[in-house]
Design a protein around this ligand. Structure first.
Ligand SMILES: [Zn+2]
Length: 227
């Protein structure tokens, strides 16, 4: 049996999952791109697989002698990844992930499980000493003093499939809330995946069965109605 290699993974991603056109046009917002979007996006993905997820770690990979074996066409700096991701429109990525999930469901990849669900959970990323962007939320110590800033996200994953498959995030800055971000996220999941994709939603570890009409399920301390 042949072992997995980055080139075989690329073949799988493009031929079996049909993501070639997504890698060609992933929503690149750079005005005069010098480095192909495909090289940047693929290096981020292969970096995740190899657990080299920081931009600096990816730069080290693509500047090393391993670059050709990783199927990355050109080398670049971590600044190029920063510039690229900051301008990347998330819409094509969301659409591509929804297509893959639909394809997996159609191909009965989730068949052995007890039903597909969506899990929604809050998470925190990044730590800054000062407020540097619109999404920075103050982080306070026990004395309620601001000791830094963090980014807060709500993450949704497809669950009940043997593997938890994260597929979308929604950030919420100061003046916004986890509740509101969770509502936006679930509304979008419903638009992208369709009403009948999932049989239940898990919010903060509590499962709710999803009906066909207007759904109701609880968020911490309140009720959420999806339109
Ligand atoms: Zn920030």
């Amino acid at each position: 049996m042949k072992g997995p290699t980055p080139r075989r993974l690329w073949t799988y991603v493009t031929r079996c999952l049909g993501l070639q056109s997504y890698f060609r046009s992933p929503g690149d917002g750079r005005l005069q791109p010098q480095i192909p979007a495909k090289a940047l996006l693929w290096s981020l993905l292969i970096g995740q697989v190899l657990r080299a997820s920081s931009f600096l770690a990816v730069e080290r990979l693509v500047r090393s002698s391993a670059r050709r074996a990783l199927a990355v066409s050109t080398s670049f700096s971590d600044d190029a990844l920063d510039y690229f991701t900051e301008r990347l429109d998330p819409t094509p990525t969301r659409a591509a992930l929804a297509r893959v999930l639909h394809q997996a469901k159609r191909n009965k990849a989730f068949e052995t499980s007890g039903g597909i669900g969506l899990a929604v959970d809050g998470t925190t990323v990044g730590r800054c000493a000062s407020c540097t962007c619109l999404l920075c939320r103050p982080h306070r110590n026990a004395e309620k003093e601001i000791v830094g800033y963090r980014h807060h996200l709500v993450l949704t994953s497809v669950v009940g499939t043997g593997l938890s498959l994260p597929f979308d995030v929604e950030p919420y800055g100061p003046g916004d809330s986890e509740y509101a971000a969770g509502q936006r996220l679930l509304r979008r999941a419903r638009e992208l995946l369709g009403v009948r994709f999932a049989a239940y939603v898990v919010v903060d570890g509590v499962a709710r069965v999803v009906g066909r009409g207007r759904e109701t399920f609880s968020f911490p301390g309140s009720q959420t109605h999806l339109p």
